[in-house]
Design a protein around this ligand. Structure first.
Ligand code: ADP
Ligand code: MG
Ligand code: ZN
Length: 718
């Protein structure tokens, strides 16, 4: 019987169900149909082409704009057991040769390439021979001049449909206004594509705005609550990036800076170290982000007001790609508005200025209005958020103070109504405070009943009140008539006293921290699991999230899986990862249970949701069995043979045992030949501070991870 895409989803990727829209796209590609998909960051676009690439005969060619991301993407695909390679300028001639051989032998599911290859005729000829099943164009908005990230190289992709008239083309993007969308479909020449436009809602992101007071200290306080989690702190200028990063470093936080003033090499290095969880915090300008596929960014802080909602959405969107809860906090002060206005005023082009003004207004409205933040963001993208309470923003969670402002609102709206709904915000505020302007005299507006009714507050107050009324849909601005303010039906209800009007006051002082979504997983175990993840990642030279996502680790720390059946029930644990890493993580769980029987007891009633039954050779191996064999004086090699485990797993058992203070009788020279042990100690001394991967390379591949780990474990207890 043929496997369905649902089975493959479970077996290969270890996921129990498709995300919204994924299935439709996969089916279309299995039918060799063109696809155009707009899905937000973290929506799971890669899976949409990787899964059919695996299921279909032939090669899927993936076009991806950033060389820096390609390797991670390929590593991630390989970790799931797919046959993937990439071709770009970073490969050595030998590596390139190997990729071409794999192509010639039709061994690959996926080939990642950069767009400029498509301008090379010989590359097109190669592809002709390669039995291409379909093309996947990632970040497809790069083909549009209207988009924010146009890359001329992408234009050559329009050749694809001409050279390969029978091969399907799938285009993916996270940022498409409708104008950009149409442009992509046209430029690529997609033929009656399967169209998907996913919601831009990111339900796992918690949005919050807090008053900015002493920013650096506020950031520090936040970081103290979230130790060990990865996050990005955005600031607007290079100077502010540096000063915040320096402050944090002085306070003992391992934070790095990122901005366009650093050398490309430094930038890359800082980004890599963040990607690889070597540092948890990066302080950056908006120059940082495009090259980030890191799935476990747990928070994004904005130290300053962003210029527009699109930018804010993209930046916060880098949090929580793995679907796990993540936190977005904007520190807001009205002083930032003044700063942005200053720049707007310098703009020559009146159109540009108007656009910038409008964007600023939308941003301020997001920060200040008594409107669900999520509704506000989605509204910006033209999406209607239907729920009354999103439960994942400060407004909906009641984490702000509200204050009744019905009377001031009525004063404003009455002034608007009585002056005929023909005037803009400046003039209306003048009426309410009772200003003596030329225009007021001319129009006779000093005769209105509301003239001077708001004398007790200043003009700024009334301008803000108008902003609030606009934000909460009590007023609209007439686009044709110099932004004249008009009442909406909601506004009329408030004016006639049929409905109240509230504004929010930002709560000062300590606010309750948001714990609702994190779930009841065991944090000490999570910490151990993520150490193991980091160690494996370093050994293999891949980012930790390629090994397992945060979600996978959290589920492990919730369900305590210690058999392959249970392990394969964990989200993100497919067959390849189970085979490769399962033992390592089960060992840690097992050890943890051994050391903390009360925790284990608590969890024993929880059942891992079993995704699929897999026949597996062996279950329930114990560290103590390894210990017993080692104590009998067997070598690493023979223990591994007897137990049917890899040497790596056995040496890991021994390492664990030693760490826990067991196995004091063991002798490294019994497990390993003395000459090898000496050689490895020598290597460690010569290359201290380097990763195991580097040491193995330095040795010319004459030693193994298992041996290194074993010797290191003994060196540490001596
Ligand atoms: P995008 O490219 O759309 O930003 P990715 O393809 O990088 O998103 O996927 C984001 C994360 O979501 C990855 O960690 C991926 O493993 C995970 N993911 C994708 N599809 C699913 C699914 N059906 N169930 C659970 N997790 C998924
Ligand atoms: Mg992607
Ligand atoms: Zn909300």
């Amino acid at each position: 019987m043929k496997n369905s895409s649902n089975d493959i989803l479970k077996q290969i990727f270890g996921f129990s169900s498709f995300r919204p829209n994924q299935e439709g796209i996969v089916e279309a590609l299995l039918d060799n149909r063109d696809v155009f998909a707009v899905m937000p960051t973290g929506g799971g676009k890669s899976l949409c082409y990787q899964l059919p690439a695996h299921m279909r005969e032939g090669l899927c060619v993936v076009v991806s704009p950033l060389i820096s991301l390609m390797k991670d993407q390929v590593d991630a695909a390989k970790a799931n057991g797919l046959d993937a390679e990439f071709l770009n300028s970073s490969l050595s001639p030998k590596e390139r040769y190997q990729v071409f051989q794999a192509l010639d032998n039709h061994q690959l599911d996926l080939l990642y390439v950069s767009p400029e290859r498509f301008a090379m005729p010989e590359f097109m000829a190669t592809l002709k021979q390669a039995r291409v099943s379909f093309f996947a164009i990632d970040e497809a908005h790069c083909i549009s001049e209207w988009g924010h990230d146009f890359r001329p190289d992408y234009l050559s992709l329009s050749m694809i449909v001409k050279y390969f008239p029978k091969v399907a083309v799938a285009a993916f993007t996270a940022t498409a206004t409708h104008k950009v969308s149409d442009d992509i479909v046209n430029k690529l020449g997609l033929r009656n594509p399967h169209l998907t436009r996913a919601s831009f809602d990111r339900p796992n992101l918690f949005y919050q705005v807090v008053p900015k007071e002493s920013l650096d200290l506020q950031i520090l306080e936040f970081l103290h609550e979230r130790q060990g989690e990865s996050g990005i702190i955005y600031r607007t200028t290079r100077k502010s990036v540096e000063s915040t990063a320096e402050f944090l470093q002085e306070q003992g936080v391992r934070a790095l800076a990122y901005h366009a003033g650093l050398t490309p090499k430094q930038r890359k290095e800082n980004q890599d170290r963040f990607n690889r969880d070597e540092v948890h915090v990066i302080v950056a300008t908006i120059a940082f982000g495009m090259g980030i596929d890191k799935s476990n960014v747990r928070f994004v802080l904005h130290g300053d007001l962003p210029k527009n909602m699109e930018g804010y959405y993209q930046e916060t969107g880098r949090a929580g790609r793995d679907g796990e809860p993540a936190y977005c906090r904007l520190f807001f002060s009205r002083g930032d508005i003044v700063r942005i206005r200053y720049f707007i005023d310098q703009t020559e082009d009146p159109n540009e200025r108007q656009v910038a003004e409008k964007q600023l207004f939308q941003m301020v409205r997001f920060a200040e209005a008594n409107v669900c933040r999520r509704k506000s963001i989605l509204g910006y993208f033209g999406e209607d958020y239907a729920k009354d309470n999103c439960k994942t923003c400060d407004i909906c969670m009641g984490d702000v103070e509200r204050s009744d402002a019905t009377i001031p609102a009525q004063k404003i709206m009455s002034a608007i109504y009585r002056s005929g709904q023909k005037f803009g915000a400046v003039h209306i505020a003048d009426i309410v405070v009772g200003a003596k302007t030329q225009k007021i005299k001319q129009m006779g507006h000093d005769q209105l009943k509301t003239y001077g009714a708001g004398r007790d507050e200043d003009k700024k107050y009334w301008r803000r009140m108008i902003d609030q009324l606009l934000a909460q849909d009590c007023l609209i601005q007439n686009q044709d008539n110099y932004s004249a303010l008009e009442l909406t039906s909601k506004g009329q209800l408030v004016l006639r006293g049929k409905q109240g009007f509230e504004v929010i006051l930002q709560k000062r002082g300590k606010r309750k921290s948001f714990k609702g979504m994190t779930g009841d997983y065991c944090q000490p175990l999570f910490a151990q699991l993520s150490n193991e993840r980091l160690r494996l990642a370093q050994e293999e030279g891949v980012p930790p999230f390629v090994v397992f996502s945060d979600r996978s680790l959290r589920e492990m720390a919730l369900y305590f899986p210690d058999t392959p059946e249970q392990m394969s029930g964990i989200s993100g644990v497919g067959a390849a990862k189970l085979e490769k890493y399962g033992d390592n993580f089960m060992t840690i769980v097992e050890m943890f249970k051994h050391m903390h029987p009360e925790e284990a007891q608590k969890r024993s009633l929880l059942k891992v949701p079993i995704k699929i039954q897999k026949k597996r050779k062996k279950a329930g191996k114990t560290l103590l069995e390894t210990l017993a064999l080692a104590e009998q004086g067997l070598t690493l090699e023979s223990i591994s043979q007897m137990r049917g485990l890899t040497e790596g797993t056995v040496s890991q058992h021994i390492e664990k045992l030693l760490e826990e203070g067991q196995g004091k009788e063991l002798d490294v020279d019994q497990l390993l030949e003395t000459s090898r042990r000496l050689k490895i100690e020598e290597l460690f001394n010569q290359h201290s501070g380097q990763s195991m991967k580097q040491i193995i390379e330095a040795s010319g591949d004459t030693v193994t991870y298992a041996e290194l780990r074993l010797v290191r474990a003994f060196m540490q207890v001596m």
